[in-house]
Write a protein that binds this ligand. Structure first.
Ligand code: PMP
Length: 439
């Protein structure tokens, strides 16, 4: 295959051309938010300038056109993760998606069911996955707070407890510990496909199989696909998870939109979280009946222009894949990952988080600390060279605590990242310890 040259797409991303403090921007913070190609910016603007109206209810022409584009976007974004459109729920982002699941389960635990959808053998509950007193919710030590705090809250509300699968020194999950943590008391297993700090690709299918076996098919398996969706082709039904979430702004799309994928059976059985307009069939002063999924989970006015623009992001990526080949894109990803990790590994005083050896799949995202220099100081010095990285705990405090740190620096790439970006970053970083007098 012909190698993919990111120079061929950089012109598509207006923001990559800016300067910061007189230096050309070297954007290595795509794991926090990715930049958007002009096609995405244009799609949102065109929608707003020519079609914008409320979907699903207007009797006028524009409302019908907007609805068609909105539902077409659902089809496109569902296709991006291998799912049929009726199994894709729009959310405002991954955080909203994870809260949706946790609060739905909380509502189910409080006895709320969808009429006609109580799970077989569980006449009083939405499904076997509804937690109760003494039950357990299993997460991992590496979770983003968005995939931890909602579960802590759900546990507090239901009398369940949260257990965490430990992360090994190399950033991989301790699967033996996972096997012993999972049991018929496990109502939920929630984990990230790729941690936003470690960059290691977790073995989803293996964890799903473990969960199915050890919990006797009980646990709801929830996948946080925020950091895999930007880097790997996804087929969520094939992975076998029950629910998965991701955010638009990390996959070349806009803010304010994301998606939740759910297995049909799960979406059918879960009671809604947000309640209000657009999710009902009949309302009286005594009660309401709800629409089937996905609308049951889409109360209120939806992020329509953002959904349309997210579909444009998917189309952009698909067209690029068709042009250069999926293999070339994956090779580019791997080359960036290797250059980043090996460059950092060779640097004195730099300690990597998730330094998994060969044979462990990773994405081009690497967190590290610099001996004797605070992460914020590293970030500032890099910024003076135009290099944008993320510093802090990256919304993963338990993971940093596990590695004996309070903060780290994270460099992360996207398909538009070049090896020159990585080299400028490594060069700037190499002077950091000397600058602070610790080398
Ligand atoms: N999970 C992971 C792994 C993430 O990286 C992020 C974003 N940093 C989130 C969840 C939350 O995504 P959002 O802020 O877009 O809701």
């Amino acid at each position: 295959t012909t190698p993919f040259d990111p120079a061929s797409v950089r012109g598509d991303f207006p923001l990559l051309g800016v300067e910061v403090g007189g230096e050309p921007l070297v954007y290595l913070d795509s794991a926090a938010t990715s930049q958007r190609p002009r096609a995405v910016l244009d799609a949102e603007r065109a929608f707003l300038e020519t079609v914008n109206s409320a979907v699903h209810r207007g009797a006028h022409t524009l409302a019908a056109e907007a609805t068609e584009l909105f539902e077409g976007a659902r089809e496109t974004v569902a296709g991006f993760v291998g799912a049929p459109p009726e199994q894709l729920v729009w959310t405002s982002g991954a955080t909203a998606g994870l809260n949706l699941v946790a609060y739905s389960l909380g509502n189910a635990a409080a006895g709320r069911t969808v009429p006609g959808h109580a799970a077989p053998g569980h006449p009083d509950a939405a499904g076997p996955w509804v937690p109760g007193p003494g039950d357990e919710i299993v997460v991992t030590e590496a979770e983003h707070h968005a995939n931890l705090v909602p579960w802590l809250e759900l546990a507090a509300r239901t009398g369940a407890s949260v257990k965490a699968v430990p992360v090994r020194d190399d950033g991989t999950l301790d699967l033996e510990a996972a096997a012993s943590l999972l049991s018929t008391r496990t109502a939920v297993l929630a984990f990230s496909h790729v941690s936003n700090v470690l960059g290691v690709v977790n073995p989803v299918e293996q964890l799903v199989a473990l969960a199915r076996e050890a919990t006797g098919g009980r646990a709801l398996v929830v996948l946080d696909a925020c950091q895999s969706a930007p880097h790997l082709p996804l087929d969520l039904p094939a992975l076998g998870v029950d629910v998965a979430v991701f955010s638009g702004h990390k996959v070349l799309g806009p803010n304010g939109v994301g998606a939740l994928y759910g297995r049909a059976e799960v979406l059918e059985a879960l009671p809604p979280f947000l309640l209000g307009g657009s999710m009902i069939t009949t309302v009286t002063l005594e009660g309401a009946e709800y629409l089937p999924p996905p609308q049951r989970f889409e109360a209120g006015t939806q992020p329509v222009s953002q959904a349309v623009a997210l579909a444009a992001a998917v189309d952009y990526q698909r067209a690029l894949t068709d042009r250069v080949g999926a293999t070339a894109l994956l090779e580019h990803e791997r080359a960036l990952e290797r250059r980043l990790r090996e460059g950092l590994r060779g640097m004195p005083g730099v300690r990597l988080l998730g330094d998994a050896g060969e044979g462990v799949e990773r994405v081009a995202l690497q967190a590290f600390e610099v001996d004797g220099v605070h992460a914020h100081d590293v970030g500032q010095l890099l910024d003076a060279r135009g290099v944008a990285v993320r510093v802090g705990h990256h919304c993963a405090q338990p993971l940093h605590r596990r590695f004996g740190m309070t903060a780290s620096v994270r460099a992360s790439a996207a398909l538009y990242t070049s090896s020159d970006d990585v080299d400028v970053f490594l060069d700037a970083l190499s002077g950091v310890r000397a600058y602070f007098g610790v080398a």
